[in-house]
Design a protein around this ligand. Structure first.
Ligand SMILES: Cc1cc2nc3c(=O)[nH]c(=O)nc-3n(C[C@H](O)[C@H](O)[C@H](O)COP(=O)(O)OP(=O)(O)OC[C@H]3O[C@@H](n4cnc5c(N)ncnc54)[C@H](O)[C@@H]3O)c2cc1C
Length: 627
């Protein structure tokens, strides 16, 4: 092992599966042709076997889209069909494909509408929840939690009536968040937001705490940025210039929709290109400023747009809620509500600490069952779709194709996969389905021995323009029930590190394809080396030693992350709902019910947020029930 790797602690034993990096990755030629399956990673039997038998939330290493979860789907896309299918003779009132928030909510709404219905949920992962996954760590006898994907209820007021009703029935009351979130802890240590300037981009490694404080001018004076960049950035943040003066609001909106935020900054705001690096966002939209529309940047209140006369999306009365394991607790509440044998308790306060018995998920005598590690490869009506009474579903589990039947089916999986599953769909609908987009992201949870270095440096969150990870941050201090966050800087905690793999300069769709390729071909060792290097460079002036202080790493890969729509006429990305007129919104045609099949998932709303996943589940179930 090389000297720098030893310093970083690559040789140290941590909680991870060391052999993951050894899994070979064979890339197929389909990279450019398909949005959901760009690579084929062969199943490693040892690795796959290792993911069974233990409690899925505590598994570390490569998680999210973990090895063993996606290979069958990619084989399907590449033309494989399963001719030997075992008939299980199982039959259900409803089969749901996909156990994410949308699939779980579909089952919940169906059970509400048709009490006593027998329901099976199939998912290709070894844990339920889709993006809403829990990362659980143990430090001695203390449990530490983090979100593996979906973080929060960003604004409960934006949830539709059915979604609000479901969330409330589960016991979640966003009004209680203040009870759980310790707003004084980080303040008491004077922790603020900071920016890390790396030597590759800015010529020197430097962390500057107190982003924008006490003024942009004073903050920027401490950074390695040139005088020109400092002036540009101060002007963008602090002046109210209208860079589209002379246009009415409608004309402004049209112009902003047709240009990237980067072009807005250079062409209209007159920003020097060298100032751009620091203005890159921390990845909120899973795309860089070169492909994000200036209009979307306006809705975000991005610097330089405040003088244009539009109101941003910021809702000061937003009803926010967050669990220590993110929206995984919503998934767990749903599962416990439908399968009470899986975990004790009935309340919000006891869900976080509850240990789930995964052996209860798929019991013959349960009304609702969840079958994991099962990839659906075919869904078809038994007979004419308009008159058939049953749907046949084939899934692959442990390499064996198995057949079941259902009275009705909700497809709550990635919509761009549905044409491969459901070959009987009309061609126009298949085309519309294949236009749904997903942006890739990587959410990493790192357990560290203590957070004294953050206190010494005065930061709790660091934006890292130009670095491998776009940001690093301490997990927020949230305690619910018998789960308690780290109170003292001497205690172990979780650091969250986010990366959006992109290829700047290409159209957004191409960047996401390239990002998926990057995400699935990067070995755990490479992620680990980058994690150790970046944390070391930012935090070691505060006493952090990556070799000594990192105790566990979970890299959650989300190759099919945020759901977006696209304008079928212009090809422009619809980052937010309502940006495309209905006649040019392909997801509306894509989600039409077909016989006994209806279509959910956040894709069906072309909206990345959890409220869309739940709202689309409700619509899909109502279509089936009312048909
Ligand atoms: C990293 C990340 C962070 C996010 N953060 C937030 C946030 O903070 N707040 C918020 O509101 N929203 C957030 N979102 C969006 C939110 O997570 C999603 O809207 C929602 O969770 C999506 O749920 P879903 O059920 O529609 O899809 P998914 O969660 O993708 O679930 C679909 C499931 O179907 C499975 N599946 C696919 N094909 C098959 C098949 N053939 N057979 C069996 N199973 C299949 C998939 O593997 C997956 O498990 C985030 C998304 C990501 C990726």
């Amino acid at each position: 092992m090389k000297e720098p790797d030893i310093k970083l602690g690559i040789d140290r034993s941590i909680s991870r599966r060391d052999f993951i990096g050894g899994v070979g990755v064979a890339l197929s030629g389909s990279l450019t042709s398909c949005s959901w399956a760009e690579s084929e990673v062969p199943v490693d039997p040892v690795l796959f076997a290792d993911t069974r038998g233990s409690y899925p939330p505590i598994r570390t290493g490569l998680r999210g889209s973990h090895p063993g979860s996606f290979e069958v789907a990619h084989q399907l896309q590449q033309g494989k069909r399963w001719s030997e299918v075992e008939d299980t003779e199982e039959s259900y009132d409803l089969v749901v494909v996909g156990g994410g928030l949308s699939g779980l909510s579909s089952a919940w709404f169906y059970q509400e509408a048709v009490p006593g219905a027998r329901i099976l949920i199939l998912d290709n992962h070894d844990d339920f929840g889709g993006h809403a996954k829990r990362n659980e760590f143990w430090h001695g006898d203390r449990m530490l939690l983090s979100h593996g994907g979906t973080i929060n209820i960003e604004n409960f007021n934006k949830y539709g009536d059915a979604a609000q009703r479901m969330i409330r029935s589960l016991g979640i009351n966003p009004g209680r968040y203040a009870e759980f979130f310790d707003r004084d802890l980080h303040r008491s240590h004077n922790l603020r937001r900071g920016v890390f300037f790396n030597r590759e981009t800015f010529g020197t490694d430097r962390l500057v705490a107190g982003r924008g404080e006490p003024s942009w001018g004073k903050f920027l004076a401490k950074t390695p940025l040139s005088g020109v960049a400092r002036e540009d950035i101060t002007r963008l943040y602090e002046s109210n210039t209208d860079y589209l003066a002379g246009f009415n609001q409608e004309q402004k909106r049209d112009r902003l929709r047709g240009m990237s935020y980067q072009d807005f900054l250079i062409d209209l705001a007159g920003v020097n290109p060298e100032s751009l690096a620091i203005l890159q966002s921390d990845g909120y939209w899973a795309i860089g400023m070169d492909a994000l529309s200036a209009w979307t940047a306006v809705s975000d209140g991005a610097p330089g747009t405040q003088g244009l006369g539009f109101k941003g999306n910021d809702d000061e009365r937003a009803a926010y809620f967050r669990f220590p394991d993110g929206n995984a607790s919503i998934a767990r509440l749903l599962v416990r509500a439908m399968l009470p044998a899986v975990a004790p308790g009935t309340r919000l306060d006891d869900i976080v600490g509850a240990r789930f018995d995964y052996n209860q998920l798929d019991r013959t005598n349960s009304q609702v069952r969840i079958r994991l590690d099962s990839t659906v490869v075919s869904v078809r009506h038994l007979g004419n779709p308009q008159t058939a009474r049953e749907v046949e579903i084939t899934f692959v589990r442990d390499g064996r194709a198995q057949r079941i039947r259902a009275g009705r089916t909700v497809l709550a999986c990635y919509n761009s996969m549905i044409p491969y599953l459901c070959e009987e769909l009309p061609e126009a609908q298949k085309r519309a389905l294949s236009q749904s987009l997903k942006a890739p992201l990587i959410y990493t949870s790192v357990m560290i021995r203590n957070w004294q270095a953050f206190v010494n440096l005065g930061v709790n969150y660091v934006h890292c323009p130009g670095s491998y990870f776009n940001s690093i941050g301490l997990s927020p201090p949230i305690s619910i029930g018998d789960y308690h966050h780290a109170k003292s800087p001497a205690e172990a905690t979780i650091v969250n590190m986010y990366r959006v793999p992109l290829a700047p300069g290409l159209p957004a769709q191409e960047q996401w394809k390239a990002g998926r390729y990057d995400l699935l071909t990067t070995t755990f060792e490479t992620f680990e080396r980058n994690i150790r290097d970046q944390l070391g460079r930012i935090l070691s002036p505060g006493g952090f030693d990556p070799a000594r202080d990192i105790e566990a790493i979970t890299v959650n890969r989300w190759p099919h992350g945020y759901a977006y729509g696209q304008d079928s006429e212009t090809g422009e990305i619809a980052y937010q709902p309502g940006e495309v007129p209905p006649e040019r919104a392909p997801w509306l045609a894509a989600r039409r019910p077909f016989g006994r099949i209806s279509i959910a998932n956040s894709d069906a709303g072309a909206n990345a947020m959890s409220e869309a996943a739940i709202g689309q589940a409700h619509r899909a179930v109502m279509e089936l029930v009312s048909a």
